[in-house]
Design a protein. Structure first.
Length: 185
């Protein structure tokens, strides 16, 4: 990984941390609504699969070391033993999937493709991990875990659109920044 790649990974890990500064909104379930879940979407789209996932792995390593980077100022190994563990573990996977789809997407970047990539990676993939984590750590059934996620769908769809708009803005200003299969080794 080049020095430029390392810098991008660090900057985007910091972006995810900054998104955690916005207060979490409780909707009466074990999982709050945060802007931080938009981080994997932006990282994956702008950095591509490899660097996007790496930025989330760095972020999670810092959280595991105890830095209070999650929304609400949480950090440490204990967060990986709670009901949100599936979502946290799913963040690098979501970034990878979004990056993979973006790398294979049309040139120039199309907003419609971006929204689809963000919905697939940032919602569907993330919910699979999140539901598995809820079943494992909260002891709920799969159908109950699905119901727990339903209030988050409209907000996550809005985040997918915003993340796709951010990616489109980045690629409009820096067209060479759009990840492509030929640029990824």
């Amino acid at each position: 990984m080049s020095a430029r790649d390392l810098a991008l990974v660090a900057v985007f890990a910091a972006l995810v941390a900054a998104l955690g500064l916005f207060p979490a909104i409780s909707v009466g379930s074990a999982v709050p609504i945060t802007l931080q879940s938009m981080g994997p979407m932006i990282c994956g789209a702008v950095l591509g699969r490899r660097l996007g996932a790496a930025s989330l792995l760095l972020f999670l390593a810092l959280v595991a070391l105890g830095l209070p980077l999650l929304a609400g100022g949480h950090g440490g190994l204990a967060v990986f033993a709670g009901p949100t563990v599936g979502y946290l573990v799913g963040w690098p996977v979501a970034a990878y999937v979004i990056g993979w789809l973006t790398e294979r997407g049309p040139r120039p970047y199309r907003l419609s493709w971006g929204v689809v990539a963000h919905v697939i990676g940032g919602i569907v993939v993330l919910y699979v991990f999140g539901i598995a984590g809820l079943v494992w750590q909260a002891g709920v059934t799969v159908p109950h875990a699905v119901v727990i996620n339903l209030p988050f769908v409209p907000g996550d769809l809005a985040k997918a659109v915003v993340a796709a708009l951010v990616a489109r803005g980045v690629f409009a200003g820096l067209p060479d920044r759009q990840p492509s299969i030929s640029r990824v080794r």
